[in-house]
Design a protein. Structure first.
Length: 501
């Protein structure tokens, strides 16, 4: 196909952006950049009952944080605007009229009660949940069943109405999905969906198809949950006479719960302790606040539903673009794994140069440590660089750089802190206290000489020394850590340890 590649990410601003949405935006973006196309952000806000004003900014901010730049869109403009559906109401009205005029759609005057009654009255064993469709439409109050004069009088009297599509009779609706191949539905499976609501707002289906057409979208890349809407969209393209320029479709696999079954929800995130949204929302930290690097976050997301077909896992955004191909999008749902997300992030943290890394840490100093010397924070952070998965982990895991341990790893202490070790460690404490230089080398020599003299091994002394300083025996090289803490603090911690073990 030789038409220019134009794609859109078309979220609805109803709340935080689920990471599934960002994954859709990312794969759409990769495809578009790979083919030198145009990537568009369109805001689909026709459902006013679920509309949330802050959500639009949240979407824009999320894309910016991830580094997914839009060529056209609600925040950057472009030649195909407006890019917010609520600003396009008049456009939709005109297209709905076109469908009414050529008999592809009809007015429906049924009240809510009448619709409820229909679902009750037409219920049969074969059709347990009747819909407004080829089986029922001729029994309802609409412009197919009423006379022209009756319709006119209802309209003149401002009777509320919706406009419904008239699904064609007995047709196979066939389209090709770039991920799933040939998809066939039968028109009898579809209902006469509302295209325009009583408030004059179009529904998602109508607005989506009209906009994709007018914005000359060449490829619709979206989540699998929209696959079942696609036959209706195909019917609409045909009804408008736009069959030849209908976009190609690619439906991306669902992101599944960590346990594998069902769509990943916010509740799973709450249950397992990870966010399902990129940026903080309503006081809950998102990936950004947890200290994910946007590049790592994208790298992780790209692998939810796509893979390069090689062993390589670490890809920068430009490498992802280079490697991307629709053929390698998977059909099966992608199971979400937060540990894997953290693993990706750790790889990116390790790869940062020291200054960039410490700048990121210094940019986000918790309230309690605002007065700590930045040079000290930087030195501590660099010791932890290889040991954290998330930037925010530095402040938790490396708390001992800023606070004396309040608890000690008891199990280790119980095993080691016996016989005459306390007296011997007291000797070490005094030697360290009188050292005139407190560099890591001097500390190391002092400790090693002491061990030799008293016939002690590393395993006798170092875990205890570490636990005195940090409460735990895991952490960065202990002599460097001690040097950074400083002589006074090390001695104070050794005393506190000896007293509390
Ligand atoms: N507004 C829809 C959503 O929120 C867009 C679906 C589509 O891309 O067609 O996901």
């Amino acid at each position: 196909m030789n038409r220019p590649i134009r794609t859109r990410y078309a979220p609805s601003p109803t709340g935080y952006q689920h990471i599934g949405g960002i994954r859709t935006a990312l794969l759409c973006y990769l495809f578009t950049r790979k083919h030198n196309g145009t990537f568009i952000l369109r805001i689909e806000d026709t459902d006013r009952s679920r509309y949330l004003a802050e959500a639009e900014d949240y979407i824009i901010e999320s894309l910016k944080w991830c580094g997914l730049e839009c060529d056209e869109g609600v925040h950057v403009g472009g030649d195909y605007g407006p890019y917010r559906q609520s600003d396009r109401k008049a456009i939709y009205a005109q297209y709905v009229q076109q469908l009414l005029d050529n008999g592809k759609a009809y007015y429906a005057f049924d009240t809510t009660e009448e619709l409820v009654a229909m679902r009750e009255n037409f219920k049969t064993k074969e059709n347990p949940s009747p819909k407004y469709d080829h089986l029922t439409r001729m029994q309802m109050k609409n412009s197919l069943t009423l006379s022209e004069a009756e319709v006119k009088s209802l309209l003149d009297n401002n009777t509320p109405y919706t406009v419904r599509i008239r699904i064609p009779d007995n047709q196979d609706i066939i389209f090709n999905d770039l991920v799933r191949g040939k998809i066939t539905f039968h028109s009898s499976q579809l209902d006469d969906k509302v295209l325009m609501k009583a408030d004059g707002m179009p529904t998602y289906h109508l607005a989506n198809v009209v906009d994709d057409h007018l914005m000359e979208i060449s490829h619709v890349i979206r989540g699998e949950e929209w696959l079942s809407s696609t036959p209706l969209h195909v019917v609409l393209y045909n009804a408008f006479g736009w069959t030849d320029t209908m976009p190609a479709f690619a439906h991306l696999p669902l992101i599944l719960k960590p346990v594998g079954k069902g769509k990943l929800s916010k509740r799973d995130g709450d249950k397992f302790g990870f966010p399902v949204f990129p940026l903080g929302w309503e006081g809950q930290a998102g990936y950004r606040e947890l200290g994910f690097l946007p590049e790592a976050f994208l790298n992780f997301l790209a692998f939810l539903g796509w893979n390069p077909g090689t062993e390589q896992e670490i890809f920068s955004l430009s490498e992802l673009i280079e490697a991307f191909s629709v053929d390698r999008i998977t059909k099966a749902g992608a199971r979400f794994n937060f540990d894997k997300a953290k693993w990706f992030n750790a790889q990116y943290i390790k790869a940062l140069d020291d200054d960039t890394f410490s700048d990121l840490i210094l940019k986000d100093i918790p309230e309690a440590y605002q007065d700590v010397d930045p040079a000290y924070i930087k030195a501590a952070a660099l010791m932890m660089k290889e040991r954290i998965n998330l930037l925010s982990e530095f402040w938790d895991t490396g708390f001992y750089f800023f606070k004396r341990p309040a608890e000690y790893e008891r199990k280790v202490i119980k095993k080691k802190w016996k016989n005459d070790l306390p007296e011997k460690i007291a000797v070490l404490r005094n030697r360290l206290a009188s050292a005139s230089d407190f560099s890591a080398t001097v500390i190391e020599t002092t400790v090693k000489d002491f061990m030799k003299e008293f016939g002690l091994g590393f395993g006798d002394v170092l875990p205890v020394f570490r636990i005195m300083l940090a409460g735990t025996k895991a952490g960065p090289p202990v002599f460097e850590m001690a040097a950074l803490l400083g002589q006074e603090e090390v001695i104070a911690r050794m005393d506190a340890g000896a007293e509390n073990f």
